[in-house]
Design a protein around this ligand. Structure first.
Ligand code: Z5A
Length: 208
C-alpha cells in the first residue's frame, strides 16, 4: 500500500484556503482517494483554545509565547498525522508552520528563531500558495474580524511566505474563479498522487 500524501494550503487571510481545501477533500474522496481535512490552528485542544482567545483578542500573550503555542498545536497533531499518512490516508491541511513563521517574522521576530520550534515536523509533499493581494482579500466577506487582519501587516506576511518557497510549492492565482482554481488544484494533486504511486517517497521532515 502507498502512503497518503500531505497536501498543504498556505496564503494570506481570506485567500480561499478553506474553500479550496474543503473542495479538494470532497473531490478526492469522491474519486476513491481516502482523504482527511485538517486545519491549523486546531482550536479544539487545550492549546488551541488559548490560541483562539488570543486571535479573537480576549487573551493577551507575548509574540514569543503565541508563536510557541502555534508550534505546540502542530506538534500535538503529529502522531495522528503520521499514522494517517502511513495507513494510506491523504491529508489536506489548511495552514501550517509556514504561516507560523510568516506571521511571527512579520512582527519582526528573528526568522531563524521562528523556524526553530517547527524543525522536524512532518513536511508537506505539495504546497498550494493561494496568492492574493491583501487589498483584494480585504473586499471579501468576514475580513477584519481577527487580530492580524490589517493591510500593512498582511503585505509583510505575504513577502515572508515568498522567502520560504521551494520546489514543492505552486503559486495559485487566488483571484480567479473558484471552479477554475479547484480544477487546477485537483489536477496537480492527482498528478502528485500518481507520482507517489509510481515511485514512493518517504515522509519528509521540515527544515532538517
Ligand atoms: N496563524 C499564525 O499566526 N501562526 C500559525 O502558526 C498559524 C496561523 C497556523 C487564523 O488562521 C490566524 O492564525 C491567521 C494566521 C494565524 N490570521 N490571519 N490573518 P485561520 O486559518 O483560522 O483564519 P484565516 O486565515 O483568517 O482563514 P480564513 O478566514 O478561513 O480565510 P481563507 O480560508 O483563506 O478563505 P475562505 O474562508 O476560503 O474564503 C474567504 C471568503 O472569500 C469567503 O467568503 C469565500 O466565499 C470567498 N472566496 C473564496 N475564494 C474566492 C474566489 N476565488 N473568488 C471570490 N471569492 C472567494
Amino acid at each position: 500500500m502507498t502512503r497518503g500524501l500531505f497536501i498543504l494550503f498556505e496564503g494570506c487571510d481570506r485567500s480561499g484556503k478553506t474553500t479550496q481545501s474543503t473542495r479538494l477533500v470532497q473531490a478526492l474522496n469522491d474519486s476513491g482517494i481516502k482523504t482527511k481535512l485538517l486545519k491549523f490552528p486546531e482550536r479544539t485542544t487545550a492549546i488551541g483554545k488559548m490560541i483562539d482567545g488570543y486571535l479573537t483578542q480576549s487573551t493577551k500573550l507575548s509574540d514569543q509565547a503565541i508563536h510557541l503555542m502555534f508550534s505546540a498545536n502542530r506538534w500535538e497533531a503529529m502522531e495522528q498525522m503520521q499514522a494517517d499518512l502511513e495507513s494510506g490516508i491523504t491529508l489536506v491541511v489548511d495552514r501550517y508552520a509556514y504561516s507560523g513563521v510568516a506571521f511571527s517574522a512579520a512582527k519582526k521576530l528573528d526568522f531563524k528563531w521562528c523556524k526553530a520550534p517547527d524543525v522536524g515536523l512532518l513536511a508537506p509533499d505539495r504546497v498550494f500558495f493561494m496568492d492574493i493581494h491583501p487589498d483584494d482579500a480585504a473586499k471579501r466577506a468576514g475580513y477584519g474580524e481577527e487580530i492580524y487582519e490589517r493591510r500593512e501587516f498582511q503585505i509583510e506576511v505575504r513577502v515572508k511566505f515568498f522567502t520560504m518557497m521551494d520546489k514543492a510549492w505552486s503559486i495559485v492565482d487566488a483571484n480567479k474563479d473558484m471552479d477554475e482554481i479547484h480544477r487546477q488544484i485537483l489536477f496537480l494533486t492527482k498528478k502528485a498522487i500518481q507520482k507517489q504511486e509510481e515511485g514512493p517517497a518517504p515522509i519528509g521532515r521540515l527544515w532538517v
